[in-house]
Design a protein around this ligand. Structure first.
Ligand SMILES: *[C@@H]1O[C@H](CO)[C@@H](O)[C@H](O)[C@H]1NC(C)=O
Ligand SMILES: *[C@@H]1O[C@H](CO)[C@@H](O)[C@H](O)[C@H]1NC(C)=O
Ligand SMILES: *[C@@H]1O[C@H](CO)[C@@H](O)[C@H](O)[C@H]1NC(C)=O
Ligand SMILES: *[C@@H]1O[C@H](CO)[C@@H](O)[C@H](O)[C@H]1NC(C)=O
Ligand SMILES: *[C@@H]1O[C@H](CO)[C@@H](O)[C@H](O)[C@H]1NC(C)=O
Ligand SMILES: *[C@@H]1O[C@H](CO)[C@@H](O)[C@H](O)[C@H]1NC(C)=O
Ligand SMILES: *[C@@H]1O[C@H](CO)[C@@H](O)[C@H](O)[C@H]1NC(C)=O
Ligand SMILES: *[C@@H]1O[C@H](CO)[C@@H](O)[C@H](O)[C@H]1NC(C)=O
Ligand SMILES: *[C@@H]1O[C@H](CO)[C@@H](O)[C@H](O)[C@H]1NC(C)=O
Length: 530
């Protein structure tokens, strides 16, 4: 008997695991090293292979929390810490990030910090109690080749943490009623008349539909259709159409209680799903309209039996005082009903992120110098969380890397090829242990203004292009510069205007590059291009 049920269990696991494994279905239990399958047949994995920063902790208060919430990863050293999850560019996803403090540090003082996704500010995370579960969900189209989920410190001694990350791939045509340049921030997903949360495997996209309790005097309905054809683009799971609520009479409107914050008029997007629950007699009719603040906002809605009708509301702002209701039309013999509803805030325009070639070049630099690998996520965005050792242009929507401040990072080996970082104006590599020749590309960077290579172990001649175009600086203590090239030594010394930028565009022949170089002996070479 036991062996039969065991093999049945394995058979079920074998059936469900491939879907959970597929690229669009990732569940990360932060701070855990275990892999396991939960009660919803969702396969979780630990986060050790995804992140180098942070420390894992076990929460103290594990009462009534699911397994993924019993561990977390907290970050005490870097300001911004990010998970990078492989994804397909252009894919639409549901991203769910979960935070459960559970007094893991024994201080009974949950922190406040920021949540970012793909370089976009998403939310400031606050907790009202030690055991509050905070969940953020968004639906958006990925612009890069990976998803980056970051938590960032905003207060001293309040350390960001994260409990779980879930990525669910959606079909490309879903949620197409809102411009894909915007994220949909999930506010509510409601399964009216259901007595349990509907999610995976009942919803193949693992949206979490909360049961709406039957209060307000509403009546619960159960759909008796033998099958329900779901042909609406946003693919509600059949499970949420199996129940509905209605009012007791046609004269009673069905008020939709939304959870829209009272702060101010936010742009919202609402999806409603209607499915008739029983085969109506020829003398029965269920017809109703959608009403916002007593204004009719739709044509008559007649829910199909064995099918679904989707209605959506976009380009609308609302406050907690806005009332949404379903009101029976005059010819209706039955009161209005509703099966399911989704409410979203429409987020700000999604950033395209830092210029892709610059990001790739920085990632290459991080591969060469592992000490730089602690910096993760978008290097420039959000602007207040730019990596410590870069500077970025902030003039347009796509930031470029304009400076590398890598002095005193203990870098060793030769200077890597940075030629693709062609918006660089400042390169500061002084006080490292770099060896080998000074590469030619340094003088060919079109915007370079300042190059500091002092206090390294560089050798070989200064490339002629560099010495021609640059102006040697004195060292900080005013000592004359030591040169390996007489040409370089003969150049005029630093002019006071050395570091000012020329009027933009391409480098002129007469421009001079201030460079600090350390050649053979530890010495000071600064090149200023002006
Ligand atoms: C968290 O607190 C900050 C500042 O106190 C506030 O601006 C923010 O709106 C709060 N976030 C939430 C989700 O309540
Ligand atoms: C609603 O907004 C979308 C972009 O979010 C736009 O494409 C569409 O034209 C707008 N519709 C109306 C009726 O304004
Ligand atoms: C929920 O409803 C189903 C039938 O729809 C029933 O079998 C189940 O016992 C109910 N569960 C609870 C917790 O009420
Ligand atoms: C869905 O199917 C119904 C018939 O069952 C049809 O009237 C409706 O146009 C279909 N909707 C879409 C979006 O295909
Ligand atoms: C909602 O209505 C109440 C009372 O009419 C009013 O005090 C409050 O300012 C309103 N809130 C919003 C967000 O409009
Ligand atoms: C970084 O660049 C911005 C202009 O994009 C400039 O205003 C700022 O001073 C720079 N910061 C540093 C530390 O160089
Ligand atoms: C992102 O890039 C697209 C196409 O390159 C452009 O149309 C869009 O305006 C950009 N968005 C932002 C926020 O810069
Ligand atoms: C040089 O860098 C090291 C770290 O690699 C640092 O400890 C030292 O203070 C730096 N020296 C100067 C003069 O900045
Ligand atoms: C650099 O220029 C200053 C005046 O601007 C001059 O006093 C100094 O001697 C010069 N140094 C060298 C090494 O030529």
């Amino acid at each position: 008997m036991t062996s039969i049920s065991l093999s049945l269990l394995f058979f079920l696991l074998a059936l469900t695991t491939p879907l959970s494994h597929s690229a669009g279905f990732v569940s990360i239990d932060c701070g855990s090293s275990k892999s396991y399958v939960d009660d919803n047949t969702i396969k979780w994995s630990g986060d050790e292979t995804l992140i180098n920063n942070g420390e894992s902790h076990v929460v103290k208060d594990t009462r009534a929390v699911s397994q993924e919430l019993t561990t977390l990863r907290a970050f005490t050293t870097r300001k911004k810490n990010c998970y990078s999850i492989e994804a397909e560019k252009g894919q639409q996803i549901l991203l769910r990030v979960t935070f459960y403090y559970g007094n893991y540090d024994g201080k009974s003082s949950p922190p406040s910090f920021e949540l970012h996704a793909d370089g976009n500010y998403w939310a400031t995370i606050n907790f009202s109690s030690d055991d509050e579960l905070v969940i953020y969900e968004a639906i958006y189209v990925i612009k890069g080749d990976y998803i980056s989920v970051c938590v960032a410190q905003i207060h001293p001694n309040q350390f960001p943490f994260i409990s779980a990350i879930q990525v669910r791939g959606l079909k490309p045509n879903m949620y197409g009623h809102v411009d894909p340049e915007y994220a949909l921030l999930v506010r509510q997903m409601v399964a009216y008349g259901s007595n349990t949360t509907v999610r995976y495997p009942d919803d193949e996209y693992d949206r979490e539909w909360s049961p709406e309790l039957i209060d307000h005097g509403y009546v619960k309905l159960t759909n008796d259709a033998p099958s329900i054809e779901v042909n609406s683009t946003d693919n509600p799971p059949e499970a949420v159409l199996r129940h509905a609520v209605t009012t007791t009479s046609t004269s009673e409107p069905l008020i939709l209680y939304t959870d829209i914050s009272s702060t101010n008029g936010v742009p919202i997007y609402i999806n409603m799903y209607f499915s008739e629950v029983t085969q109506l007699d020829s003398d029965q009719k269920r017809s109703f309209v959608f009403v916002i603040d007593n204004q009719i906002a739709s044509d008559p809605i007649i829910p199909p039996y064995g099918g679904v009708l989707q209605m959506y509301l976009t380009n609308t702002t609302a406050t907690s005082n806005t009332t949404f209701a379903l009101v029976a039309t005059k010819d209706s013999t039955l009161p209005p009903l509703i099966n399911a509803m989704e409410v979203f805030y429409v987020g700000n325009t999604l950033t395209n992120g830092t210029y892709k070639k610059d990001v790739e070049a920085l990632n290459g630099l991080q591969e060469t110098f592992s000490v730089l690998q602690d910096w993760t996520g978008d290097p420039c965005l959000p602007a207040s969380f730019t990596w410590d050792w870069v500077n970025c242009s902030n003039s347009d929507d796509t930031p470029r890397i304009t400076a590398l401040y890598l002095n005193g990072f203990g870098l060793s080996g030769s200077i890597p090829d940075l030629s693709s970082l062609d918006a660089l104006e400042i390169i500061d590599l002084h006080n490292n242990s770099l060896t080998g020749p000074i590469p030619e590309f340094l003088s060919n960077l079109p915007s370079i203004k300042e190059l500091n290579l002092a206090d390294n172990k560089l050798s070989g001649p200064v490339p002629t292009s560099l010495s021609k175009n640059s102006n040697v600086e004195l060292d900080v203590s005013g000592n004359p510069v030591l040169c390996s090239s007489s040409k370089l030594c003969s150049k005029k010394n630093k002019s006071s205007s050395g570091s000012k930028s020329s009027s933009g565009s391409a480098k002129r022949k007469s421009d001079m590059l201030p460079i600090i170089l350390g050649v053979m002996v530890s010495s000071f070479f600064v090149f200023f291009f002006n």
